[in-house]
Design a protein around this ligand. Sequence first.
Ligand SMILES: *[C@@H]1O[C@H](CO)[C@@H](O)[C@H](O)[C@H]1NC(C)=O
Ligand SMILES: *[C@@H]1O[C@H](CO)[C@@H](O)[C@H](O)[C@H]1NC(C)=O
Ligand SMILES: *[C@@H]1O[C@H](CO)[C@@H](O)[C@H](O)[C@H]1NC(C)=O
Ligand SMILES: *[C@@H]1O[C@H](CO)[C@@H](O)[C@H](O)[C@H]1NC(C)=O
Ligand SMILES: *[C@@H]1O[C@H](CO)[C@@H](O)[C@H](O)[C@H]1NC(C)=O
Ligand SMILES: *[C@@H]1O[C@H](CO)[C@@H](O)[C@H](O)[C@H]1NC(C)=O
Ligand SMILES: *[C@@H]1O[C@H](CO)[C@@H](O)[C@H](O)[C@H]1NC(C)=O
Length: 573
Amino acid sequence: MPKALLLLAVLLLAARLGRTQQPNDSLTTGQPLLDGQTLISAQGTFTLGFFPNGDNTYLGIWFNNMKPRTVIWVANRDAPIKGGNGSLTLSTNSLDLLDRRGNSVWSSSSFSTNSPQAFLLDSGNLVINDSMLSEAPNPLWQSFAEPCDTLLSGMTIGYDKSPTIQYMQLKSWKSVSDPSTGSYSITLDPRRRPPELLLFNDTTLLYRTGPWNGQGFSGQPYLKTTNKLAFNMSVHDDSAYYSFTSLDSSVQWRFVMSSDGLAHRWYSNPSNDAWVEYWHWPQNQCDSYALCGPNAACYNDVCRCLQEFVPKSPNDWNQRNFTGGCVRNALLSCSSANGFDRLQHVKVPDTLNAIMVGGKSLDDCKELCLKNCSCSAYALLGGSNCIVWSGDLVDVVLFVDGINDLYTRVSHNNPSHPGPSVATIVSVSIVGVLLAISAILGFCYHRSRQKHLPLALEQDHAPGSKPAAKNLDLDGIRVATNNFANQNCIFSTRSRTIFKGTLPNFGDLAVKRLNTEVGHEELKNEVKMLARLEHPNIIRMLGSCIGNNENVICYEYMPGGSLDAVFFGMYFL
Ligand SMILES: *[C@@H]1O[C@H](CO)[C@@H](O)[C@H](O)[C@H]1NC(C)=O
Ligand SMILES: *[C@@H]1O[C@H](CO)[C@@H](O)[C@H](O)[C@H]1NC(C)=O
Ligand SMILES: *[C@@H]1O[C@H](CO)[C@@H](O)[C@H](O)[C@H]1NC(C)=O
Ligand SMILES: *[C@@H]1O[C@H](CO)[C@@H](O)[C@H](O)[C@H]1NC(C)=O
Ligand SMILES: *[C@@H]1O[C@H](CO)[C@@H](O)[C@H](O)[C@H]1NC(C)=O
Ligand SMILES: *[C@@H]1O[C@H](CO)[C@@H](O)[C@H](O)[C@H]1NC(C)=O
Ligand SMILES: *[C@@H]1O[C@H](CO)[C@@H](O)[C@H](O)[C@H]1NC(C)=O
């Protein structure tokens, strides 16, 4: 008899242990989740549980299979549980996080229901709904409505002005291990239309993506929707929301406002469950908000005044202190004889001092600007949104690709003495650098087809400094190769990968990207070797770009029969 009792006890214990270890994706009233226990989403993608940082304990959601632990949401980031033994309980009014004494450290917004249920979904969302009600479109509460530092596929950030202004924004962790709220944030500002993402360090604006133009952000021409990832901005009178959607269920994406001050977009490599960085911003100096000051444009780390503008403080300007920006070289007399200078592939200026009028054509938009003497520039975004600026034009950036043009007001329709616009400086220097490269490499550009490579502007060198090794613009190469996308990869070894790229004004090119460890020496040797080898079957090198952790060489792309030779040659060279 005692033996049977013992057996029963063992069986009961085993059953109990078995149950607590079984993955469970839901929580009901009366069954709290204790420190040490977890919920796991149905397909095993996400885990909800407690995690420590020093003496502090947090309730969070993380990827179940990624190592190290990648936390995407924290309930109590600024109210840690001290001394462990916290618990999560679901009541008919709220979801509550309690410390070991039973004091609440965090609560969801309140709701009222008789039979609540919490589910951890495979999207990473923790939702509460009512098990008695028929399927309702909106949960009673969801963690996606309270983002921390991470945006997942299907999550949104943005604002809603009614009834009172509410922001959903991303806020960085304080450090890599400390989830408490750090100083960096990504937000949408209702004053800027069309909406754009802004990156702040506390209240200092560090970077703006440029307004949404229907396809992407005006300041990120290289980030386009692909077959893996779609970007979406939904705009209404009182609200605007940004989101992205992963189109390949085998790949996880996360967009994070990191504690390093950069916004990173990562994807999971399904073969080894490791994170790969897809992109981060800000990317370069031109991305720094208003680096060039008012009425100037930034291209490849160099500032130029807009047409009919000159540096406000030439001494500062010549010492590469651009903060003062540029002023008009002569008073503009407002008249219908005024014209416009067209800048192509731009991040349009900050729209804080602009107004947006919908349903306009490009000509309507020009008229609107011409009629108003305070109008300094106009642009048409997303097909029919006319933006007209008054006063200074701040934070203009030029790219080698992009769909947005900016028209800045100049004194005459056909200027008799046109000052060098940014566009002409860029194209003149492209020709200059092209000639220089062809001379150095002994190449003869005998083709009649005109080609435009994304060459970097010649830098202004400080006296005594070495000339820049960079002659191709990395952003341009990124555009050409879809940011070195896998589908553009045509050959890969451990030390190098070859991509096929396409540029609108150039055509196809082959891009070889060397691992950073390969180093500058090897790249230089390759450049020398290529210069010696002049043979019709050996592809031409078009230029290179070294630095910024990138070693890239571009070649002419030879389709068809000579392709093998191309790969063979590039592999061994
Ligand atoms: C999961 O938890 C709920 C309530 O918390 C319980 O009713 C259910 O039996 C559990 N499921 C499993 C598989 O353990
Ligand atoms: C948690 O509770 C258990 C039992 O009540 C206790 O033994 C343990 O020391 C507690 N842990 C902490 C960190 O307080
Ligand atoms: C509550 O949410 C879960 C998880 O999404 C879902 O399976 C269930 O059908 C929902 N229940 C109701 C009543 O909406
Ligand atoms: C953000 O602000 C802090 C404090 O002012 C400063 O130390 C830090 O360098 C800033 N970060 C960036 C990226 O500017
Ligand atoms: C974009 O978001 C809106 C509103 O959320 C939605 O109606 C639309 O289907 C989304 N578009 C895409 C391409 O995801
Ligand atoms: C940069 O120039 C501005 C005015 O153009 C001046 O006020 C500022 O002191 C300068 N900064 C440095 C570091 O020289
Ligand atoms: C001219 O532009 C300014 C600034 O955008 C605006 O405040 C003003 O109403 C406009 N005037 C007319 C007549 O449209």
